[in-house]
Design a protein around this ligand. Structure first.
Ligand code: AHM
Ligand code: MG
Length: 333
């Protein structure tokens, strides 16, 4: 089989479909390079002094792991100097990170969750990096938080790297979803899956069941019906998987279908769930929709939500289309 590298794939996209600009191609390549560096650190584990807590808290009040901080630094440093970005924002930083004056300013905005699935770092379970790219608004001047507050439909690229038994990069620029595997010896990303498609139906769901007693009625009903199995209203048995790394759960769903849920619950009526809209839900929703799946907050497409703050949280239902439509319909009933 002829090997197609990430660079070749992006150059071809730029050349044939005019799907991406040269600047966006460069940006994606730099993000991919940073993910390679993070993958290298992840792979070292205890030998690289990257495990454990950093003794700091992020803006969400969560204790940061060393690897959260390291990954954030790697992404900032890699992307600062290329001239393709106006600013960055991250799960690990309270406010936006404008490109320093010593570098030229580009036209894109980059958002990321540098290390997703932090609870899995110290136990050698798959974790990842999620990213989303927007265009800076025309005539924006000095970048500010407002510039980032665009609905997910405006994303020009989204992707994630999953650091598992293999390191993979899943990418969309709005023309389908492709997957690249890191060739660790050569240090290059090789195209290994073209045009990934999520089956419309599934017999597998992913949710943190320990929160069941807190769920709202539509989620209770939906999951109860699946648990009832063959003799219940769904007339089939369902299997459950929960890795607790969104990247790994979404990666499974992209490969064999399934429905992933992180709903709001009754513990805190003011909180719309755990996951963040801008750098977790939006990029995953774009990838899932581009692969033929669906992604809602229980009521509407995640991609159509107009954000009002950078670290906004959102309920998430995504994956196989028919299941996401069903659980969304239960919210309207
Ligand atoms: P993180 O960005 O701090 O790692 O949190 C997000 C993660 C998701 O990857 C995952 O789906 C979820 O949190 C797991 O939550 P729980 O601990 O309830 O299982
Ligand atoms: Mg996360």
């Amino acid at each position: 089989m002829k090997r197609v590298s990430l660079t070749q794939h992006l150059v071809e996209q730029q050349r044939h479909n005019n799907a991406i600009t040269a600047e966006l191609r460069l940006l994606i390549e730099v993000v991919a390079r940073a993910c390679k560096t993070i993958s290298h650190s992840v792979g070292k584990g205890a030998l690289g002094d990257i495990l454990g807590s950093a003794d700091t808290e992020n803006i969400q009040g969560e204790v940061q792991k060393k690897l959260d901080v390291i990954s954030n630094e790697i992404l900032l440093e890699a992307n600062e100097w290329g001239g393709h970005l106006a600013a960055m924002a991250s799960e690990e930083m309270e406010t936006i990170h404008p490109i320093p004056n010593r570098y030229p300013m580009g036209e894109y905005l980059l958002m990321f969750d540098p290390l997703d699935g932090s609870s899995n770092i110290d136990v050698n379970v798959s974790i990842g990096t999620i990213f989303s790219v927007l265009k800076a608004p025309e005539g924006m001047g000095a970048p500010n938080e407002q510039a980032f507050l665009q609905p997910g439909t405006q994303q020009v690229a989204a992707g994630y790297a999953v650091y598992g038994p293999q390191t993979m990069l899943v990418l969309t620029t709005g023309k389908g979803v492709n997957c690249f595997t890191l060739d660790r010896e050569m240090g290059s990303w090789v195209l290994t899956q073209r045009d990934m498609r999520i089956p419309e139906d599934t017999k597998e769901f992913a949710i943190n069941m320990s929160n069941k007693r807190h769920w709202h009625a539509p989620v209770q009903r939906y999951v109860d019906e699946m648990l009832a199995g063959k003799t219940g209203p769904r007339e089939k048995d369902f299997n459950m998987r929960w890795i607790a790394s969104m990247v790994a759960d979404v990666h499974r769903i992209l490969n064999r279908g399934g429905v992933f849920m992180y709903p709001a619950d009754m513990r805190d009526p003011s909180s719309p769930g755990k996951l963040r809209l801008m750098y977790e839900a939006n990029p995953m929703a774009m990838i899932v929709e581009q692969a033929g799946g669906a992604a809602t907050d229980g009521h509407k497409r995640i991609l159509e939500i107009v954000p009002h703050k950078l670290h906004q949280r959102v309920p998430v239902f995504l994956g196989s289309k028919n299941e996401v439509e069903r659980v969304t319909a239960y919210h309207q009933a």
